[in-house]
Ligand binder design. Sequence first.
Ligand code: TMO
Length: 313
Amino acid sequence: MKNLLKGVAVAALMLAPGAAMAEVESDEPIIIVQNNWTSQLVLSYVVGKVLEDMGYTVEYAPSDSQLQFQAMADNDMDFQVEAWEGSMKSAFEKAVENGMVDVGTHSAETREEWWIPNYVLETCPEATNWEGLNACAEQFSTAETKPNGRFVGPPADWGKNYADRVKSLEMDFEAINVGQAATLWAELQSAYDRKEPIVLFNWTPNFIESKFEGTFVDFPKPEPACFDDASWGPNPNATGDCGAPHSGWLKKAASPRFEEEWPGAYAVIEKVDFSNAQIAAAALMVDVDGMEPEEAAEAWMEKNADVVASWTE
Ligand code: TMO
């Protein structure tokens, strides 16, 4: 018993210098939001680990991609590393009106949209455009959607626009939404192996571009009027008859309490800035190399040690 206590005391002494170095403004946990796609999970761990190394207490909490922003405005969650314009703009902007903090825009340029593998162009050469794609809708039909084509749509919390477009543009498609990202890739792989026509939701930066050759489908470019003026766009009787932005922003968001409670950590999240290549690499480590997101975060930090160091300078 005595020896055990002695051991504990020695361990405590050994920890002491580190603990002293790691003095932070508050031990209250910083709650980092986790979503349901890979790069977001990996990069959340990257930022979380940097903050933990500085001595902050970090917790992770899964959240819906739309509801997360109001939760941050309410100080129920504290940080989101990847807010995407295409799927989250309106929920993001509403939450900013309610107090959520826009912590700035990454260098990365993003796109979320209907997407086809390039071999599809052999049988439907105009499919890079929504009207051309629609003309070949039957090629994409399944037993479930016949005679309409099937659009393999995103999980519900990535927004309704992508599926609703079928209605507002009166397309001969039916959106069949998946429950999780992994189903998108399984559908793509199985079609790809057999060179079968497929159109699915995809985004960039992602691991997809290093594994599959493909193209986004162009829809009418979005303008605010597309969503509040029915007369705008190809369908004079419907709103939402447009696509997602071709070069969308990627933002960081924080709770109103963040800067006050953890100013040293806030200085870090302000500096965090990911490029397209850095985000794609994070996804690839998991979706191609098979790492767990947390393990991928460690590997990512090793590869990008200079980037990580620049956040805490
Ligand atoms: C929200 N996402 C990046 C998966 O399109």
